[in-house]
Design a protein around this ligand. Structure first.
Ligand SMILES: [Zn+2]
Length: 191
């Protein structure tokens, strides 16, 4: 097949050269008003074309490669005193796979254990292109169905206004869970 980035022949949908040169992850930090931190590995604009494959037939492969470069490396370097659980935000299945579940799965390590289908939104109205006011007036309304008294990492693919992550974090707090921070692939706020 051809690498979707450089168009050269490749065994993977994104070739090793592109993975190593164009997709070197960084750590971008966003802080919510209450001090909660959201860490992202890329600026949205850097990987926009790749993120837009999400709802196509190659989306799952592209997300798996991105997850392997960023989330898996993070997990390998992460240590914490307690077992930590990773919760994909709203990992319902669309087009046969859940992109946030793919990202969370890459965190699986001796310290981090992903938990699927336990943090679900009732409201799936699209936030894309909507104002902050609209987002605040149409909350996701999360349901949480896993254990209390644990430490958690929230996982999403893109952080835009931060309202979804903030709401998910508040849901965990109300459920007796300690949210440590959130991890996303891309931060949509431009540098
Ligand atoms: Zn390439």
């Amino acid at each position: 097949m051809k690498c979707i980035t450089c168009k050269k022949y490749s065994l993977k949908i994104i070739c090793k050269t592109c993975q190593n040169t164009l997709l070197e992850p960084k750590i971008l930090t966003r802080t919510l008003p209450d001090g909660f931190k959201i860490y992202s590995f890329y600026h949205y604009s850097e990987i926009e074309d790749l993120l837009k494959t999400k709802h196509t037939h190659i989306g799952a492969s592209v997300y798996a490669i991105l997850a392997n470069i960023s989330f898996r490396r993070f997990s390998d370097a992460f240590t914490f005193i307690n077992q930590v659980y990773a919760f994909p935000i709203d990992d319902h299945v669309k087009n046969g796979y859940s992109h946030t579940a793919i990202l969370s799965n890459a965190l699986k390590s001796k310290n981090i254990y992903p938990i699927f289908s336990s943090l679900r939104a009732k409201n799936h109205s699209t936030y894309s292109g909507q104002t902050l006011e609209y987002r605040l007036q149409n909350p996701r309304v999360f349901h949480y169905t896993f254990k209390r008294d644990i430490d958690a990492i929230l996982v999403d693919d893109i952080v835009t206004s931060g309202t979804t992550i903030n709401e998910a974090k508040n849901r965990l707090l109300k459920s007796g869970v300690e949210p440590l921070f959130a991890l996303t692939l891309a931060d949509a706020r431009e540098p």
